[in-house]
Write a protein that binds this ligand. Structure first.
Ligand SMILES: *[C@@H]1O[C@H](CO)[C@@H](O)[C@H](O)[C@H]1NC(C)=O
Ligand SMILES: *[C@@H]1O[C@H](CO)[C@@H](O)[C@H](O)[C@H]1NC(C)=O
Ligand SMILES: *[C@@H]1O[C@H](CO)[C@@H](O)[C@H](O)[C@H]1NC(C)=O
Ligand SMILES: *[C@@H]1O[C@H](CO)[C@@H](O)[C@H](O)[C@H]1NC(C)=O
Ligand SMILES: *[C@@H]1O[C@H](CO)[C@@H](O)[C@H](O)[C@H]1NC(C)=O
Ligand SMILES: [Fe+2]
Length: 469
């Protein structure tokens, strides 16, 4: 600018620029770590129907498959869901705070659905509202017949420096390995308070006629966690249950009947994409299996949603989706590509901190990279280091019956920082507006062992390089 073309200054600048490109390319040509951890690869099999974890609670019309999720945008409401099998019974929830004397009641709704020759039990969904922040509540379901009592703790009031601990689980299923993953999550000394679940719940669709009995067993299996802390749901491909060969042509029927989410509170028009605030985090759930192209409802919602995120209120911007955008396994390779093309420029513009996905049954963490320069004719189609970009984490290693994804592409691409084919879960421990500690825990280790870990620096408040190489 203003300098003659031949000035030593400008050639210097060009040299620095070229050197920068070379260095950048060098950085991105060498991948990160492919773990050398060796485990015994056994067949992953589902727990049989008579397993302890699937036991039906005793008593006439006893509520089963009890689960909770956040019920509003801020964290002052909870949706309580459960199933009764003998008769509809009551959809009322009785609840009271730990130190409060007054018991309150919330009314809900009951529904049933049919899937081929399966008829569901009575599925209840009841929203409890106007809860106090940071308070332990007890709640009772099954009023009138067999009552069962549970409890949960509401999150602290939304604010920029509020610490909070999330668990990350994906592609769980109901195998013996799924049970190990859940046990490791429960016994991890860094106690997760809410699970961010990245899709693929029961894998009932792997059974003949999508045997929906396996949706019920899954509900009973995970009750021991999800009745006591909210799981934030993302829809995966195993939730689609599209089976025209047996006359089932309405996608997501079992999933949407059983799992309700507070999508209307964030202005969404469908339960597959929505957002919540929780403590210092703003969580956006996206739908890999709903239309996301330009002009679609999800696109329009996300376009209006991202500018609403106030990082002075919720510094941590987290996105959940099922199909990963950055993946170096030879499974589901590039399945997330068309959604990446649509939304990645926004993720960089709005400085998303981290994206969690599942789908690939293994673990992988990316560098902060973006790949948004390509315009069909310019040939610029390689991911580059980008400090405004999120870290992408694939955590589809819950342990479902389909087994581990072990086949990786070589050499490890530059965007891949760490990858390992083991089952496990992760913890995201937000400390304040600048720092969050992240760790991944494989099932073969002791409960406290961290197989991969790093400090995340917030992209809005502390945008300094937090890469691990
Ligand atoms: C549904 O049909 C399958 C085979 O078509 C059969 O094995 C199963 O027992 C049936 N289930 C019910 C609840 O009728
Ligand atoms: C599942 O894990 C729990 C907790 O570790 C254990 O009590 C139970 O026996 C396990 N069940 C099966 C079928 O593995
Ligand atoms: C963002 O949040 C801060 C802190 O809660 C608040 O003071 C500010 O008014 C908010 N900004 C907007 C544009 O709402
Ligand atoms: C791994 O994936 C590659 C690419 O899809 C394929 O060519 C190769 O046969 C696979 N290897 C194994 C052992 O399955
Ligand atoms: C935020 O948390 C990190 C990690 O615990 C700590 O080092 C840092 O001092 C904290 N920042 C503030 C302003 O307290
Ligand atoms: Fe999947």
């Amino acid at each position: 600018m203003g300098l003659p073309r031949s000035s030593p200054f400008s050639s210097m600048a060009v040299l620095v620029f070229v050197l920068g490109l070379v260095l950048n390319a060098a950085v991105l040509c060498n991948g990160g770590i492919t773990s050398t951890f060796v485990r015994k690869v056994e067949k992953t099999v589902d727990m049989p129907l008579d397993s302890d974890v699937f036991r039906v609670p005793p008593g006439y019309n006893a509520p089963q498959q009890v689960h909770i999720t956040q019920g509003d945008h801020e964290g002052k409401a909870v949706i309580v869901s459960w199933v009764t099998v003998d008769e509809p019974g009551s959809s009322k929830v009785l609840y009271w705070s730990e130190h409060g004397k007054q018991k309150k009641q919330a009314k809900g709704k009951v529904l049933t659905y049919k899937f081929y020759n399966y008829t569901s039990g009575y599925i209840h969904h009841t929203r409890i509202t106007n809860l106090k922040f940071n308070t332990k509540y007890y709640y009772v379901v099954g009023i009138g017949h067999t009552e069962r009592k549970f409890w949960f703790t509401t999150p602290p009031e939304v604010g920029p420096d509020v610490p909070y601990t999330f668990g990350l689980i994906g592609d769980l299923g109901q195998s013996f390995d799924s049970n190990r993953t859940l046990t490791h999550y429960e016994l991890n000394p860094q106690k997760g308070k809410t699970v961010l679940f990245v899709g693929d719940l029961s894998y009932a669709d792997n059974y003949p006629n999508h045997d929906n009995v396996r949706w019920d067993t899954w509900g009973r299996f995970v009750e021991r966690s999800v009745a006591y802390q909210p799981w934030i749901w993302t829809a995966g491909n195993h939730e689609i249950d599209f089976a025209p060969e047996i006359g089932e042509t309405k996608p997501f029927k079992p999933y949407t009947s059983r799992y309700h989410v507070p999508y209307k509170a964030s202005g969404s028009t469908a339960p597959f994409w929505y957002s919540i605030k929780r403590a210092s985090a703003y969580i956006i759930v996206l739908a890999s299996y709903s239309a996301y192209g330009k002009y679609t409802p999800q696109y329009k919602w996300l376009e209006e949603e991202l500018p609403k995120v106030n990082r002075s209120e919720t510094p941590w911007l987290i996105v959940l989706m099922h199909s990963p955008w950055y993946n170096s396994y030879n499974y589901h390779y590039m399945e997330g590509e068309s959604m990446r093309v649509m939304y990645e420029p926004w993720f960089v513009k709005y400085k998303v901190d981290v994206v969690f996905a599942g789908h690939v049954h293994a673990y992988e963490r990316s560098e902060r990279v973006s790949n948004i320069a390509y315009n069909v004719v310019n040939g610029i189609c390689t991911p580059v280091k980008d400090q405004s970009a999120p870290v992408y984490i694939t955590i589809g290693d819950g342990g479902n019956l389909e087994g581990l994804a072990t086949n990786m592409s070589y050499p490890q691409p530059g965007y891949s920082a760490y990858r390992e084919a083991s089952f496990g879960h992760a913890i995201l421990d937000i400390k304040n507006r600048t720092h969050a500690y992240y760790s991944w825990h494989r099932n073969q280790d002791g409960y406290a062992v961290e197989a991969d870990s790093l400090w995340f620096f917030n992209r809005y408040w502390h945008q300094i390089d937090d890469s691990t190489k």
